[in-house]
Write a protein that binds this ligand. Structure first.
Ligand SMILES: C[S@@+](CC[C@H](N)C(=O)[O-])C[C@H]1O[C@@H](n2cnc3c(N)ncnc32)[C@H](O)[C@@H]1O
Length: 309
């Protein structure tokens, strides 16, 4: 088992991909390469796997881990750019995306994802581009911070947290994760904080991370781009870790199953939009009790699978 990241629902997800030995697959969130390795094990020498990650550290780690497979092609980038990252003429037999951050990213203090460690407020998955959490938190308006925290985490104290952040930065700019935790602590009344399950800053950190990495707004079009690259019968598996993310994936899959925009009153479809997907099972699959015991970080995971039609 890798120290970098324990893959979540690995066998189930790869089983649902229905791997063909000579197929061409995409892992859009390579991470430590756990799902990728399971796919590669099921391919023969003629099949191949593209593995994308926006984090160079992940790419380096997984490339080393998977160096025995010469049918593995690592790519640095964002899976939303799948169209330009994999060759134009390649149609995929299946694709997997396992969203969010890896344990390695969370557990490396200098990355700034963790509310448990004092570290610079970075939070970028791709440290070669984009603005850091520090830059955003010290420049965005109070309304934008409040809206972002609420939108990406359902944090009911978002307004007060934004107020505290702005107050603190008037004294001196926020620089560390500890300062962001302090802003949250000061914003949420003590009595409420005591009853919150998990760390009081968990939601705020999640929201800021999603904002900095533009994780959600691109998801529907990114999924559609991947689906457009699937061969008929090719499958897409998506693993999510919080309800906002899962809702978006569910809506996108539902839309691609039934994109028709005609009024229900017209007898025949005139918009011409054809379904691109059918579901492989209804609803979601979740980790087994055994996996939950072995890997508590899998507790919020939800797997959805759909097939190109
Ligand atoms: C949950 S981990 C994946 C773990 C992986 N399945 C494994 O078995 O080790 C998510 C990884 O996806 C990457 N990632 C998240 N969003 C991405 C995106 N839009 N494009 C490319 N990589 C992304 C993160 O940098 C992180 O390394």
């Amino acid at each position: 088992m890798s120290d970098y990241h324990v893959p979540v629902m690995m066998r189930e997800a790869v089983d649902y991909l229905n791997i063909k030995k000579a197929g061409i697959y995409l892992d859009g969130t390579l991470g430590g390469g756990g799902h990728s390795e399971e796919i590669l094990r099921r391919l023969d020498g003629t099949g191949r796997l593209y593995g994308i990650d926006r984090d160079m550290e992940a790419l380096k780690y997984a490339t080393e881990r998977l160096k025995a497979y010469d049918n593995f092609i690592p790519i640095h980038g964002n899976f939303r750019d799948v169209d330009i990252l994999i060759p134009e003429d390649v149609m995929l037999s299946g694709a997997i995306i396992d969203l969010g951050v890896s344990s390695h990213q969370l557990d490396t203090p200098k990355r700034g994802f963790s509310y448990h460690e004092e570290a610079p407020l970075d939070m970028r998955m791709d440290r070669s581009s984009g603005i850091t959490a520090e830059e955003w938190l010290n420049s965005a308006s109070e309304d934008e911070i409040a809206d972002t925290i609420y939108k990406y985490s359902d944090e009911r104290w978002a307004k007060r947290i934004a107020e505290k952040i702005v107050k603190m930065r008037q004294e001196s700019p926020l620089k560390t994760t500890t300062e962001l935790v302090r802003a949250v602590d000061m914003a949420i009344p003590k009595a409420v904080r005591r009853n919150i399950q998990g760390h009081p800053a968990k939601r705020t950190f999640q929201a800021v991370r999603i904002k900095i990495n533009e994780e959600l707004d691109m998801l529907p079009s990114a999924i559609e781009s991947i689906v457009n690259r699937l061969q008929i019968g090719g499958r897409l598996c998506v693993i999510t870790f919080h309800s906002i993310e899962d809702r978006l994936v569910k809506r996108t899959i539902n839309y691609l199953r039934n994109p028709c925009s005609c009024s229900p009153n017209v007898p025949i479809c005139t918009c011409g939009k054809q379904p691109k997907l059918k579901t492989v099972f209804s609803g979601v699959k979740t980790p087994t009790q055994e996996e939950l015991e072995q890997n508590p970080r899998s507790s919020s995971a939800k797997l959805r699978a759909a097939e190109r039609v």
